[in-house]
Every structure is written in C-alpha cells, then in structure tokens.
Design a binder for this molecule. Structure first.
Ligand code: FES
Length: 207
C-alpha cells in the first residue's frame, strides 16, 4: 500500500497510507494532508509540491502541468501540481513538501491596470506611495484564473520584486484601456501582503 509523507513542517511530517491507484488529490483529501487546493484543474499552481522521494512512482507530467510549473520557476519531476498527479500501480513510499499555504482568498488586491501599448503588458500607476508601478507583462488581454507574475519596485529599493498572483476577476474602468483587477497573491511578499490587507475585496462583480 502506498505511503505518502508530507513534510510540512519538515520537523513534524504527516504520514498517510492510501489505496492503490488513488490520485494524489484524493489522497490529500482523505488524509487531511497539508496541501492547499484551489482550481483542481491544474491552472492556478496553488497545490504545487516538491517531490523529495518517489518521483518515479508518479505518472509523468503533461505539457499543461509543466507550463504552469514553469510560471513558478519549477519543473517536473522535482515539483508537481498535486491536483494533476496520478500514482502508478505498485507505488511505495513518496515524500512530498507542500509549498507554503497561499494567502487566504479573502485578501484580494484591487489594482487599476491599464493596457500599455508600448510594452504590450498591463501597468498600474502607484497603487501605494511605497510601491511604485506594478507591471504584469506577457499578456495582452486579461483572463480570470490566469497565473501571472506581478513585478514592482518598492521605493528606495534598487531591484524590482516578482510575486506570483492569480487574476480573480476584472471589470472595465472609466480609463481608456483601463481595468479594475482583483489579484490573489500565491506567494508571500511582506509589502504586497500589507497592501492586500488594506484593500477590501467587495466589488460590484462580487469578486
Ligand atoms: S489546485 Fe490549482 S493547480 Fe492544483
């Protein structure tokens, strides 16, 4: 019978014995494993885990899973999306380390983004006097559930920071090519977290 060890935290791992042929997501559900899920369709990357042992006992990642892992700078087989993983017959011991839990869903940041024709990306002018501009590049139209890289440079810092976030919803604003966008942080950054906590999530669209 396959055994999965979840190292979260590493000093106090949780062990689950599961039935043959189970998907990793249902193994997590049944065992109450500390792996956060959101979309369960391999789109948001919330359920990413590091595979410390037993990668060969998991079915190979497909192109879609690999492309979402790449957004986070990760690659299979060392990392996987738990919602996409099927365990192979005869699996033995698998050791996983879940990514840190995502930000609570209630903490959304509403950003007034404008499509910038020159860069081909979305730019928000100062949403906070400490943050400078926020830039989301690499996309010419917004998509709900899309995982994006949010780039910003805090005032007084030399280098810009990058944080992974998910587009929860958006609506056109009064500005030409402008949108009010609700973002959910999928990675921790103290400054952006502070901003997220300062912004109320309620909107007319309900996101
Ligand atoms: S829960 Fe969204 S990718 Fe797995």
């Amino acid at each position: 019978m396959p055994t999965i060890i979840f190292e979260n935290p590493p000093e106090n791992p949780q062990t689950a014995q599961i039935a043959e042929g189970t998907s990793l997501a249902s193994a997590c559900d049944v065992s109450g494993a500390p792996v956060p899920f959101h979309c369960r369709r391999g789109n948001c990357g919330t359920c990413r885990v590091a595979v410390l042992d037993g990668a060969e006992m998991l079915a190979v990642a497909d192109a879609h899973e690999r492309s979402v892992l790449a957004v986070f700078g990760l690659s299979a087989p060392a990392h996987r999306l738990a919602c996409q993983v099927q365990m192979l017959e005869g699996a033995g011991q698998i050791r996983l380390r879940p990514h840190a839990p995502r930000m609570p869903r209630a903490k959304l940041l509403r950003v007034p983004l404008v499509l910038d024709a020159r860069s081909g990306g979305f730019v928000a002018d100062l949403c906070d006097e400490r943050t400078g501009a926020i830039v989301i590049s690499g996309m010419s139209e917004l998509q709900e559930e899309a995982v994006v890289v949010v780039e910003f440079q805090a005032r007084g810092e030399d280098r810009s920071r990058e944080v992974i976030a998910r587009i929860v919803g958006y609506e056109a604003s009064a500005i030409p090519n402008g949108y009010d966008v609700a973002l959910e942080l999928l990675e921790h950054d103290a400054l952006l977290t502070e901003l997220f906590q300062a912004h109320a999530p309620a909107t007319s669209n309900g996101y």
